[in-house]
Design a protein around this ligand. Structure first.
Ligand SMILES: Nc1ncnc2c1ncn2[C@@H]1O[C@H](COP(=O)(O)OP(=O)(O)OP(=O)(O)O)[C@@H](O)[C@H]1O
Ligand SMILES: [Mg+2]
Length: 86
């Protein structure tokens, strides 16, 4: 299961994500739809541990992506638009 709880992201004083919460059950397939600049890439990069959040948390299979990144990332396959070096 993927659990996103109250994610907010600021780039300096620009709010890119505003208190995003949702859950995705195991075995389900979802896609993000939204206009340019809606925050899709920001959200995906935070969910996969490639970018820090200002507030909120993400659980991947019960593991917090920020607190236990190695365990959480073992459950993720992610091909970002621009590969981060972390
Ligand atoms: N590194 C950054 N520094 C400052 N602002 C950023 C940065 N990355 C994204 N933003 C801003 O945050 C908001 C969300 O951008 P994001 O790239 O997450 O949207 P997106 O939905 O992926 O857009 P697109 O459909 O164009 O890929 C936009 O207003 C964007 O200008
Ligand atoms: Mg994008």
């Amino acid at each position: 299961m993927i659990s996103v709880e109250g994610l907010t992201k600021y780039y300096d004083d620009h709010k890119a994500l505003d208190n995003i919460s949702f859950e995705i059950e195991e075995g389900h397939v979802y896609g993000f739809l939204g206009p340019n600049g809606a925050g899709k890439s920001t959200l995906m990069n935070i969910m996969t541990g490639c970018l820090s959040a200002t507030e909120g948390r993400v659980l991947i299979g019960g593991y917090d992506i920020f607190e236990e990144p190695n365990k959480a990332k073992k459950l993720i396959g992610y091909l970002p638009e621009q590969p981060p070096f972390i």
